[in-house]
Design a protein around this ligand. Structure first.
Ligand SMILES: [Zn+2]
Length: 194
């Protein structure tokens, strides 16, 4: 194996695995849901998910990224594999460039991109890299790549990963809160009217 720019290939492939890219997509879609997210918060999130180098995100970049996030949410909202594939096909047709390979000028291992070039704006990169990850995930699992949390007050998206029982909530916290709320509702319904 060849070391590239001081990065061990194993580290690189762990950070850039399809699952890691899909988790980054979900984290960004959630962080970009509020009206005016702080660009510094979005930059910190990108760094937490492996982005390196200068991150000069402006408020205008973030506004455009919010539009990309709204488009990606449709993939998470799809109830079945077919509808998720339809949503992804629409995005791939209307919003991404052709599949190409890049090594960012020998700075990384060769990997696929769907944005038009390596200097594409943040929103184009976000939408294209997300479409790529979600597409490969759907291909791999033959299931929708993600979901929207079923908790009434949440609305966060999450990556539906692995086998086992279908996950309905983004987190243990949401699952517990819903269980408690359902319990309360059941108890209230059981009380006979006075
Ligand atoms: Zn939730």
């Amino acid at each position: 194996m060849r070391y590239i720019a001081g990065v061990h290939p194993d580290d690189w492939s762990a950070r850039h695995s399809v699952a890691a890219m899909a988790r980054r997509t979900a984290a960004l879609v959630n962080a970009l849901a509020p009206e005016a997210p702080d660009p510094r918060g979005i930059a910190a999130l990108l760094r937490a998910h492996g982005e390196t180098g200068p991150l000069d995100l402006t408020a205008a970049d973030v506004t455009r990224m919010r539009r990309a996030a709204a488009l990606l949410r449709e993939v998470f909202a799809a109830a079945g594999t077919g509808t998720a594939a339809d949503a992804l096909n629409r995005l791939l047709r209307e919003h991404t460039g052709p599949l190409r390979l890049t090594s960012h000028g020998a700075g990384t291992p060769w990997h696929p991109h769907l944005d038009r070039d390596d200097d594409a704006p943040w929103d184009e990169w976000f939408l294209a890299s997300s479409c790529l990850a979600l597409t490969v995930l759907l291909w791999n699992t033959q299931e929708p790549p993600g979901r929207i949390c079923a908790a009434r007050s949440c609305g966060d998206v999450f990556v539906a990963q692995g086998r086992g029982p279908e996950r309905r909530y983004c987190s243990r916290r949401c699952a517990t809160r819903e269980r408690v709320a359902a319990h309360r509702r059941a108890r209230a319904a059981a009380v006979p009217p006075a």
